[in-house]
Design a protein around this ligand. Sequence first.
Ligand code: ATP
Length: 590
Amino acid sequence: MLFSEVAEYYQKLEEVSSRLTMIDILSELFSKSSKDEIKQLIYLTQGVLSPPFEGKEIGMAEKLAISSIVLATGIPKENIQKLFNSKGDLGSAAEEAIKDTKLKKLHNKKFTVNELFSTLNKIADSSGSGSQDIKIKLLAGLISDSSPLESRYIIRFALGTLRLGLGDATILEALSKAKTGDRESKQALENAYNLCSDLGKVGFKLFDEGIDGINKMEVSLFNPIRPELAERAKSFEEIMERMNNICAVDGKYDGLRAQLHLDKKKKRVEIFSRNLEKMTHMFPDLVKAVFEEVDAETLILDGEAIAYDDITEEFRPFQETIQTKRKHDIQEKSSEMPLHLFVFDIMYLNGKSLMDKSYSERRETLEKVLNKRIFILPAIRIITKSKKELELFFNAQLTAGLEGIVAKDLSSTYVAGARKFSWIKMKRSYKSELSDTVDLVIIGYYLGKGSRTEFGLGGLLAAVYNDKKDLFESITKIGTGFTEQQMSYFKELLDKITLKKKPARVESEVEPDFWVEPKYVVEVRADEITRSPMHTCGKTSYQSEEIGYALRFPRIISDGIRDKKAEDSTTTAEIIEMFEKQKKKPLSDK
Ligand code: ATP
């Protein structure tokens, strides 16, 4: 398949304002692809060269990309820079510049998706001395073979700013439609995706083996599994009811979710975050410990990494855990305050998936595998049939410095990416506030007024994720509680992702001064969830007379952004559930 054809589809995708139209365009594009290029086509469409968890970036600097355009077109650098300044996007600047060159017509050579993909990989892989020149030449070569439209996207690939606004769910639905004619297989594809976190791999499997192959997909080592998540309950009574009066209860550690993959023979360990990013380099202690402390050749563990003081037997606050994992002083910090991994699940052992085993069986296996228990230990837990015992355990965990508990259904399998009542979390609550914070995705921002004008940012427009519709629905404006530092921080961050119009997957009747790509998630505390006609959260149809949900007195409590994808923010369904729960008496802190 020629890239020139793909570029036409990208242009169409950029112009639409409805998610369903996006799916139609994308499925048409996918249906034209062969088995041998679907993987590469999917990665390109995501703007990556390998699944995002690999962390491989082309990430060329703007300066180098400008040099490539100069080299390919012969246009003076100042002119390119001027075009860039006026367009605000180097891809469009290159497109414009190339439109005028006669050179184009002479050299235009067609290239395929796979050829483009391989050159982009060469750009990303060249390192060391002289690599800048190589990168410039390779990119210039691509540009001189491209049409103006192709150049627009090639420059964006090189800079890592493709941003077609497609979510994973949109790509999965388009794949389903491309291969089966409708969107019905989306669920099967999503299940497969949850097991491997690699859309390219899922696409290839679908094109190679059809839906049968997708249904048979298993977890595999070094492909992160989307973590199972927990629901909330309003009382101990509700937990016991939902669990049919018997359950396991773990302590809830306030650290960093860590999924550890090990292959002893190959001497390979990888640790993935809640957000499925590779963070192995941040945990040298754990990497070393796992070779010594587990009795297994290969495995996948799910747990929480947290700074723990063996001497005083104290858990360190979340902030300290974060500091411990900071990139620059890993060595120093790690010996001072070693992280411990409190493991609460095992999904794979010695070449076999344990995903379909019951939780009680998995926990039994886990106990056998963790036989040294120095840095890698099983999470504290009890099995109980009594509400009283549950409550006592909860209070004991708070006293020990934990955040609360997570109750678990003994018979449940490990369901990748699910948030179901087979795991129920209960945290310490705060009086006169919502008992839990919410994670919101920023969809726009406002210019400041008065003294705030100097920061260029006075507030944010935030949304929740509606996972049924794969859309972001506005829920609140956040205008207070920012420090000056935060205002500058957000302004800088958001300026890189501003958009000219409302993104296709955002539903909001409130207009911010600037729309931004739904990308960054912040943790917000509010006093209450209220009903409001202003916001689209919870409305069944957009721009209707219905009343949505909103937050009262929202304030950001995270310093910066959270380690979550936009689609991992609090969902509309969770907000409605929290609204229902807040009507009932809050749980006391005692
Ligand atoms: P979520 O991960 O549910 O989207 P969140 O990131 O805001 O939400 P919390 O609501 O505080 O986190 O709680 C869920 C998280 O608790 C899990 O993702 C996991 O990282 C952590 N956790 C700590 N201890 C446990 C445990 N024993 N079992 C399961 N999860 C645990």
